[in-house]
Design a protein around this ligand. Structure first.
Ligand SMILES: CC(C)(COP(=O)(O)OP(=O)(O)OC[C@H]1O[C@@H](n2cnc3c(N)ncnc32)[C@H](O)[C@@H]1OP(=O)(O)O)[C@@H](O)C(=O)NCCC(=O)NCCS
Length: 170
């Protein structure tokens, strides 16, 4: 398998993760989002077939959007002089594994790949956390991969904001 960065020439073939929004994003939005510089999509290829995809964009964890106790935990991991109102992050905008590859730990392997990739390519802009708006059904998957909920405010919504602290892999 190999990870390929989407460009305008990339031939998008069949992909089905069982969720039409996530399927449609790949075929309809990924290239326009790339052109408008709002999302970089990466594709995990298996002998020419699309096994999974995700996209990345810049983000921040802001004091205003998270629970006080969680904010305290985050803030306390920085020295007094380095405490800010928000901390730089990278967001996984979409993350989907083809139904043909499900339940084989491919999603978790890809998540580890993302963490390693981001950790070894931090030469330009700094970031501390990875964030994701997790579908409720996918929360156990993100927890399995070391992500935690950030707030209780989104408990009744169809996605929940979760984060992973990059210091955990240093
Ligand atoms: C969520 C998704 C990415 C998981 O990919 P995967 O390759 O099947 O996941 P893994 O095999 O690495 O799962 C690792 C662990 O996460 C948990 N997990 C994964 N998917 C889960 C699900 N749908 N429900 C509950 N737990 C799940 C399990 O504990 C699993 O461990 P187990 O195999 O011992 O049971 C995949 O199901 C998917 O693409 N779903 C549709 C799109 C989606 O929901 N994307 C997330 C958008 S936020």
């Amino acid at each position: 398998m190999k990870l390929v960065r989407l460009n305008q020439e990339y031939p998008l073939t069949d992909f089905d993760c069982g969720d039409s929004d996530l399927n449609d994003f790949l075929f309809e939005d990924a290239k326009p989002f790339l052109e408008k510089r709002v999302a970089n999509t990466f594709i995990l290829e298996d002998e020419g077939r699309i096994a999974a995809y995700f996209y990345l964009l810049n983000d921040k964890i802001s004091r205003l959007e998270i629970t006080n106790s969680r904010w305290k935990k985050i803030k306390d991991s920085f020295p007094e002089s380095k405490r800010f109102r928000s901390y730089p992050s990278i967001k996984i905008g979409r993350f989907a594994v083809s139904t043909n590859y499900r339940g084989q730990r491919l999603g978790s392997e890809l998540m580890t790949m993302i963490k390693v990739l981001l950790n070894t390519n931090q030469n330009y802009s700094a970031f501390r956390f990875i964030t994701v708006d997790a579908y409720i059904s996918a929360i156990p998957f993100y927890q399995w991969n070391g992500f935690k909920e950030l707030t209780k405010k989104d408990e009744d919504e169809y996605t929940r904001l979760m984060y992973f602290d990059m210091m955990e892999i240093d």
